[in-house]
Every structure is written in structure tokens, then in C-alpha cells.
Design a protein around this ligand. Structure first.
Ligand SMILES: [Zn+2]
Length: 247
């Protein structure tokens, strides 16, 4: 069979081969064993590099424990995203997206939408420079794809519309809570951030300084619901690159 893939990660297997972890719209996150791929004469060349979009022809599947180890017969490079790679912040952004999808693992029911959303973003990063809200938008939609979208424009407790933004965010409730339901309790967030995340949820302009906190909120939200996103290396790297870029 043939399937499209986006390479999320790869690591050496023996002296000459790669194990390639890739997202396929039909098969979810797969493990490909690509024999002899490190050789100069390999027919796979760049088609299994990290973050490429390729199409692969699969010869057969082999069980290895619980997961399939797939041996691809051929791979056809669709897009190497060279411009995205030449911009450090765009590259780090794409790597964060890939690492998150890799850690979320093989959930076939969401794979088609995850693939489309990642490809869409890689294509965007190839044609444009990364925006400060790119990751927030990506994470928000990913929550939605996975069925964990936080309620932000309504109170999760009473359903009241939150025109002024939430009074607090309660992870166990799945998102925002209104002033009345918060009552005497103290909010865990400052009013500026709550207003900004309310604006973000309603598609309005958001304060320049809030993006990192909005990203953190969505990452925390995904972490709570999936239990899978600890130690995101590419997140640390992206923060480092931003610091360098702003310094
Ligand atoms: Zn309420």
C-alpha cells in the first residue's frame, strides 16, 4: 500500500539503518525500519529526513511487541520545506509540533486530522515566517481534534457567556469559570492574562506579552488530558531561540 507520511523523528538502528517515526493519515504514528538508509547510495536519501512530507510504499508489516515495524519499499519526497528549515524559529516551531504528535502516539482515530493540521502548518511555515500566535493556534486546534478543547468563551460550570473573559481557569472543569461561580475564591491567574485568553478564544486581538502564557496554558491542558507531554525538549529549545532572537 501507499501512504503519505510526515517524519516526526528518527534514530540510528545499527550502523547503517534508521528507525523512522512518522505520522500517516491512515495508520497514525508508525515506526519504519529503513535498512541501509545511512549509506550514500541509499535510494531513500532525503525522503526520510526529519520533518519531510513523503509518500511511502509499504512492503510488509512485522510485529514487534505491540507495535508494527514497517519496512518501506520506496519513499517519494513531496516537500522538504527548505525555507522553513532556513529559519531557526520556524524550524523549532515545526519540531515542537512534531515532538508533541510523536508523544501523543498512535491514535488512529485522530490521525487523518492530525496529519492534515501538521501538513497545513508546515506548508504555512514554508511560505511565511512564523507568527507569535502560531503555536497557540496550533495547540488550540489540536485540543479540538483530540476532543479536549477547553471551554473558554463560556463558563464550564453554569454555561454563562464570558464576554469579559473568564474569572479563572479550572483544569478539572475543562476550562473557564465565571465570576459568579468563582464566588469568594481567589483566581489562580492575573486579570490581564484572563482577558487575553478570553480575547484569544473569541478571535480578538491579544496583548503582545501573552502568547507564551497562552501556549503554556494549552500545553498544560494537553498534559493533564493525555498525561503524555512531559520533558518536551523542543519546547526548551524554542524558548532558547526566542530569547536569542529578542536579545
Ligand atoms: Zn458560571
Amino acid at each position: 500500500m501507499r501512504t503519505q507520511i510526515i517524519v516526526l523523528h528518527r534514530y540510528a538502528y545499527g550502523d547503517s539503518s534508521w528507525i523512522v517515526r512518522a505520522l500517516s493519515p491512515e495508520l497514525g504514528v508508525l515506526s519504519l525500519l529503513v535498512k541501509g538508509a545511512k549509506s550514500k547510495n541509499s535510494r531513500f536519501k532525503a525522503s526520510i529526513d526529519p520533518l519531510v512530507h513523503s509518500e511511502i510504499e509499504i512492503r510488509y508489516n512485522r510485529h514487534k511487541g505491540n507495535s508494527f515495524l514497517i519496512i518501506p519499499k520506496e519513499a517519494f519526497l513531496q516537500n522538504y520545506f527548505p525555507k522553513m528549515r532556513s529559519n531557526l524559529q520556524s524550524l523549532a516551531t515545526a519540531q515542537l509540533m512534531a515532538e508533541i504528535l510523536l508523544k501523543l502516539g498512535n491514535e488512529k482515530s485522530h490521525a487523518a486530522e492530525e496529519f492534515k493540521w501538521l501538513l497545513n502548518n508546515l506548508e504555512y511555515l514554508e511560505l511565511n515566517t512564523v507568527k507569535e500566535n502560531s503555536i497557540s493556534l496550533w495547540l488550540h486546534k489540536l485540543c479540538d481534534i483530540l476532543g479536549y478543547a477547553p471551554t473558554l468563551s463560556k463558563c464550564g460550570q453554569c454555561g454563562r457567556e464570558l464576554l469579559q473573559g473568564p474569572a479563572d481557569l479550572w483544569p478539572a472543569l475543562g476550562g473557564a469559570v465565571c465570576k459568579i461561580c468563582l464566588g469568594e475564591r481567589k483566581s489562580g491567574y492575573d486579570p490581564v492574562f484572563l482577558q487575553d485568553i478570553g480575547n484569544f478564544a473569541n478571535g480578538k486581538n491579544t496583548g503582545q506579552n501573552s502568547w507564551q502564557r497562552i501556549e503554556n496554558f494549552f500545553l498544560g491542558h494537553l498534559r493533564i488530558h493525555t498525561g503524555a507531554l512531559d520533558n518536551l525538549k523542543s519546547w526548551e529549545w524554542l524558548l532558547e531561540i526566542r530569547r536569542l532572537g529578542n536579545g
